[in-house]
Design a protein around this ligand. Structure first.
Ligand SMILES: [Zn+2]
Ligand SMILES: [Zn+2]
Length: 210
């Protein structure tokens, strides 16, 4: 059976700004809203002419969930997120908890969940199955990995890069929570070089060149 690829929509929302995404099954028009960070009207417009089926959360930093309550009330659909720990132990009530390896069905398509801790403990990526696109949240950006707030978390980021991210194919295209998308193959050499260096007890905002 040949299926049309999922449609990916994106909107830049909020003051940071942050990328909200929608993935749409072109056959059934079912969609998922990923990271309702801000600007509910913009998010609603992004979902136009689709049948929203779930809200997916890459992680619970405020810039990614700022409009969650509003969008949940407007759409009345299940919220899916990693079980945590969540940002500042916020009381997040999900309808479905997502763990590494789980699959989320969207019409005729499915998304595979990767747990990629470091930036925060509850961060997950959504890879479109049979496709090359991955929604990565703040796991990895074109210029470096997501920020960390302790040396321990930075070491966790290094392990995530080594064990999860580098295992993806070069053709994987990463869609981050901030800034432009990029092809993993174009960054692989920089990531490998970054991992080969001794960063001591560093934590914070890292770049591949450091
Ligand atoms: Zn974040
Ligand atoms: Zn963010």
């Amino acid at each position: 059976m040949s299926t049309l690829p999922m449609e990916l929509r994106a909107r830049s929302v909020g003051p940071w700004p942050m990328n909200s995404y929608a993935l749409v099954c072109p056959t059934t028009r079912q969609s998922v809203l990923i990271d309702p960070g801000a600007d509910p009207d913009t998010l609603q417009e992004m979902l136009a002419e689709t049948l929203p089926a779930a809200i997916l959360i890459t992680h619970t930093h405020p810039d990614h969930v700022g409009a969650l309550d509003e969008m949940r009330a407007r759409l009345n659909i299940p919220v899916m997120a990693h079980p945590g720990p969540h940002f500042q132990n916020m009381a997040l009530s999900a309808d479905r908890w997502l763990n590494h390896g789980d699959v989320v069905q969207v019409g005729e398509h499915s998304l595979r969940v990767y747990h990629t801790p470091g930036h925060i403990g509850d961060i997950i990526c959504f890879a479109v199955e049979g496709d090359h696109r991955v929604i990565v949240g703040d796991t990895i950006f074109e210029g470096g990995p997501g920020q960390t707030w302790s040396a321990e978390d930075f070491q966790t980021t290094l392990r995530t890069l080594r064990e999860i991210i580098l295992a993806w194919p070069d053709d994987a295209v990463c869609y981050p929570g901030h800034g432009p998308s990029f092809r993993l193959g174009d960054k692989r050499a920089a990531i490998v070089a970054f991992l080969a260096k001794d960063h001591g007890s560093f934590f914070g905002d890292a770049t591949w060149e450091m």
